[in-house]
Design a protein around this ligand. Structure first.
Ligand code: DMJ
Length: 630
């Protein structure tokens, strides 16, 4: 430590020689001049670089205290945006009123969020979720108040800073405690709670959120402690005990939906174990022997081998495909194997899981089980409606060098056609809400016109979209777009729809709206916004209760019945994507953020040199040529 000139003023009583005063002064000068000059120089350089001392003790704006200095600045909040707009359009609007219809719609969504969150806080604070019919509460995850964590970044994005600040008090007190017999589900806790904390930190720069993310990330680590590295279903955060879920198998979605959160956390904290555990699963999956680039939905935790031959992008798989592309984007495109795995799997999905209905030519994604050939179930899950958004994000972000020509077109057409069908499942029903599962009409048997033209193997070719695309190409590409990629007109008559309801609940899920948001941002086509608004109005009409919003049954009627649940993802995802869909400002640009599977935006970062070196990042990444679809 540098000596203080005051406390070290020479004391003549301590000086045996009693030197004359000028000599004492000269000695002081001699001892302290270099330090004083150095200090002046440092202060001068600091002021020159940072401006006057007006922010905090260090003279550096708080927002710049970021690990590695690579993260983007906090997102502008919507209140600031509204103020800016008022200034730029002073005559056109009433003071304080949104400046156009879309901002007004965004503001209505914000009101819905406030209504839902206030209902939760009033009747279920401290519990995971609100029971919206009677104002009850339920702990269905870990009992730490999942809805608050899941809703955190939505508050910030909507400019609800007071609400955000109040949430910090709860988070500051939370120690992620669990009784000995309780377990936190790993997948849900990572995507909702850890994802919420990390995104809240990235947007607000509140270090409390990073500290808690680090605490939680560490407490969940025992989940990775299995022979294969594929995670356990749940963890006790106090003892580190783990347990399996209802199935002894690891779901593909559970194995590969932690890389975004753990890699970002590794980057923020420098903890190797975060990177290594999640990356071990990536390496394992990359070395797995696959059929058509597709990943089976069940895996063995002991030996790491697949335990079924069911291929789906719905429940058990969805977010794993999502994390292949998204972790490549999140880590500054520095891990080519993730992109390579995404492209290979997208090829497998397009060639095998995309099917077409015979009359309306509705394009849908379904699951197939392996047999003599792939057998499609023809079920379209609401969960799978994230896929068009993912494909569109890929087309928007993957360079021509890796996705080009016909493949690029196939991805774009598939995105558009699948989104049209997801929309049709809402637009066709009297409630305006889409079912959790629809059963799509299969292609006619061998005697059917189409199958006869293409091949005798009806199972293989009958409804497969790629076969119809090939036929359309052979015919000289009439209408410019292949069947399945064209606009669908809503069909109120159930007999003419080409689909029937399988599971009749609308569970306040986000996937269709998420896809509309990505398509609006990447294509600029206003139809996606209009459709999002139609869905929001149906939610307002059928799902709003005295205490919040409820999932509903019987979507295929004019008056669906409430189901007593308000899932936290309604606040984390559904209302956030609606708000962003209508907001006129690009609050979360794709160039700077990537949404995790629970709609928590994480900032794109680049690995530091030492991280690459120390953790061998990208060392086993060998760029391969882009696979060809079809
Ligand atoms: C969300 O929790 C996440 O999006 C998850 O990946 C699967 N689906 C639910 C909402 O439907």
């Amino acid at each position: 430590m540098l000596p203080s000139p005051v406390s070290h003023r020479p004391n003549p009583n301590e000086d045996p020689i009693h030197r004359p005063r000028f000599r004492v002064t000269g000695r002081i000068l001699w001892r302290y001049l270099p330090w004083a000059a150095g200090s002046v120089l440092i202060v001068w350089l600091f002021v020159l670089h940072e401006g006057p001392f007006n922010s905090n003790l260090l003279g550096r704006p708080v927002s710049e205290h970021r690990p590695h200095g690579l993260l983007p600045p906090p997102v502008p909040d919507s209140e600031e945006v509204a103020e800016e707009e008022e200034e730029s359009d002073p005559g056109g609007v009433e003071a304080g009123k949104p400046s156009n219809i879309w901002e007004s719609r965004a503001s209505t969504v914000k009101d819905a969020f406030v209504y839902a969150y206030e209902g939760y806080m009033k009747h279920a604070a401290g519990y995971d979720e609100l029971l919206p019919i009677n104002g009850g509460q339920v702990n269905n995850f870990n009992g730490w108040g999942t809805t608050l964590y899941d809703a955190l970044d939505t508050m910030w994005i909507m400019g609800l800073h007071d609400t955000f600040q109040k949430s910090l008090i709860t988070i500051a007190k939370c120690r992620f405690h669990l009784e000995p017999i309780a377990y936190a589900p790993f997948f849900e806790t990572v995507i909702r709670t850890l994802g919420g904390l990390l995104s809240g930190y990235a947007l607000s720069n509140e270090t409390l959120l990073l500290t808690r993310a680090d605490d939680l990330g560490r407490m969940l680590l025992p989940a990775f402690d299995t022979p294969s590295g594929l995670p356990m279903f749940a963890v006790n955060t106090v003892s580190g005990d783990t347990k399996m879920g209802w199935s002894p198998n690891v779901l593909w979605s559970e194995a590969l939906s932690n890389q975004m959160e753990y890699k970002y956390l590794a980057h923020l904290t420098g903890r190797a174990e975060y990177y290594e555990n999640s990356e071990r699963i990536m390496k394992h999956m990359r070395n797995a022997s696959l059929v058509n680039g597709l990943y089976p939905s069940w895996w063995d935790r002991e030996n790491g081998a697949p335990t079924n031959e069911v291929y789906t992008v719905g429940a058990f798989a969805d977010s794993a495909y999502e994390y292949l592309l998204k972790q490549w984007l999140l880590t500054g495109r520095s891990e080519p194997k993730a992109l390579e795995m995404y492209l290979a799997s997208a090829k497998g999905i397009i060639s095998n899981l995309l099917h077409l209905t015979p009359n309306r030519k509705l394009l849908y994604v379904t699951d197939v089980s392996s047999g003599p050939s792939y057998i499609p179930s023809h079920t379209l899950e609401h969960l799978s409606c994230f896929l068009p958004g993912l494909l569109a994000l890929g087309v928007h972000t993957i360079p021509e060098t890796h996705l080009n020509g016909r493949d690029r077109e196939l991805h774009a057409w598939a995105a558009e056609g699948l989104a049209e069908t997801c929309w049709a499942t809402y637009a066709d029903t009297p409630s305006g809400l889409g079912p959790d599962e629809a059963s799509m009409k299969p292609w006619p048997s061998k005697t059917g016109k189409f199958a006869k033209d293409d091949s005798d193997d009806d199972v293989k070719i009958g409804s497969r979209w790629i076969a119809h695309v090939e036929r359309w190409e052979r015919e000289g590409k009439p209408d410019g777009k292949p069947p399945g990629a064209r606009i669908i007109v809503p069909e109120p008559n159930p007999d003419k729809r080409d689909w029937i309801v399988m599971k009749d609940g609308y569970l306040l899920r986000p996937e269709t709206i998420e896809t509309f948001y990505v398509l609006w941002k990447t294509t600029g086509e206003v139809k996606w916004r209009e459709r999002g608004w139609a869905i929001f109005q149906s939610i307002e009409k059928h799902c709003k209760t005295k205490y919040g919003y409820a999932s509903v049954y019987q979507v295929d009627t004019g008056s669906p019945a409430w189901k007593d649940e308000m899932p936290s993802f309604f606040l984390a995802e559904t209302l956030k994507y609606l708000f962003l869909l209508f907001s006129e400002k690009d609050l979360i640009p794709f160039e700077r953020y990537v949404f995790n599977t629970e709609a928590h935006p994480l900032p794109i970062f680049e690995w530091a040199g030492w991280e690459k070196e120390e953790w061998s990042i990208g060392k086993d990444d060998i760029e391969k040529p882009s696979p060809t679809v079809g």
